[in-house]
Design a protein around this ligand. Structure first.
Ligand SMILES: [Zn+2]
Length: 102
């Protein structure tokens, strides 16, 4: 779990997830009130986690003869797994470095 770069306190899992769902990487620290930016710990890891669910769903669809609802259900399940793991792959920084990822 990431630590605030300003005050060094560890953020809670739900803080990362709830802020991430707002589709912003700028998050105010709940402890010291300073803005922090969520950055991927590793670009490879983030790419892996965004690619893996899609890959698994396609593989499941190819191997098993399942209908669209089962595929959607699998996708929803994988999304939950992704959300559970995602905060562990993040770190926080006081500077917005997101432009370097474009
Ligand atoms: Zn802080």
């Amino acid at each position: 779990m990431p630590n605030c770069e300003n005050c060094g306190r560890k953020w809670q899992w739900k803080t990362i997830v709830s802020k991430t769902l707002k589709l912003t990487n700028k998050v105010t620290c709940p402890y010291c009130g300073k803005p922090q930016y969520i950055v991927p710990k590793s670009r490879v890891l983030t790419g892996f986690f965004s690619f893996l669910p899609t890959f698994i769903i396609i593989m499941i669809g190819m191997i098993f003869d399942i209908n669209v609802w089962q595929v959607l259900l699998s996708a929803a399940g994988l999304l939950l797994v992704f959300l559970a793991i995602y905060p562990f792959t993040m770190k926080l920084t006081s500077e917005d470095k997101s432009q370097t990822f474009i």
